[in-house]
Design a protein around this ligand. Sequence first.
Ligand SMILES: C[S@@+](CC[C@H](N)C(=O)[O-])C[C@H]1O[C@@H](n2cnc3c(N)ncnc32)[C@H](O)[C@@H]1O
Length: 206
Amino acid sequence: MSTERFDKAASEWDTKPRRVQVAEKISAAIGRLPLSQEMDAMEYGCGTGLVGLPLASAVGRLTAIDTSRGMLDVVQEKINDLGLKNVHPLCCDLLAEEYAGKHDLIFCSMTLHHIKDTTGLLRRFTELLNPGGYLALADLVTEDGSFHDPSAEGIRHHGFNPETLKDLLIDLNMGDLTSEIIHTIVKEEQNNREYPVFLLSGRKAG
Ligand SMILES: C[S@@+](CC[C@H](N)C(=O)[O-])C[C@H]1O[C@@H](n2cnc3c(N)ncnc32)[C@H](O)[C@@H]1O
């Protein structure tokens, strides 16, 4: 069960420098969107908040959603330590539970590959966006399955072709779609194999 895997990993999650570096790159790339204090933002699959918490001061409010309570406990500790008043952790599976929030920005980092029903999740994201709202998705470009350890549970996709995701989003009334490679993860343990990471962003039609 992948939730248990993340619960167990949560307290040690931030001790892996490569993980922290990837999150910093993704956070910086999302930070280049036109964020503002008027924005009500949501991160889906927030993990320990490595991507979302550095962006919290750039938006009015951030709902940090994950299905792992262990991850959310770490987020809450950081919120307490940093004295953040505008970040609200929430345990929720958007494909299985009611959620009524409306957002001006939704972002999702390195989580899409854990979710089988990509189209269903993208549809939920677009339903939860206000008109003109931004969506930002970061994940691995399609890889050969060597990125994760074979024992890792809950891997539903070996990355994505950003152009395929773009086509899905066009069908869901999203526009201004752009994608770029924002970072390349190099795994020494895989003979320095390279795994590019994309950021795909777009806006819901107004
Ligand atoms: C690889 S971590 C990424 C964490 C963070 N976004 C980052 O980039 O550092 C994936 C996260 O997705 C969460 N997750 C997995 N399946 C999920 C689902 N169906 N709904 C919401 N979150 C999920 C996991 O609990 C985990 O925190």
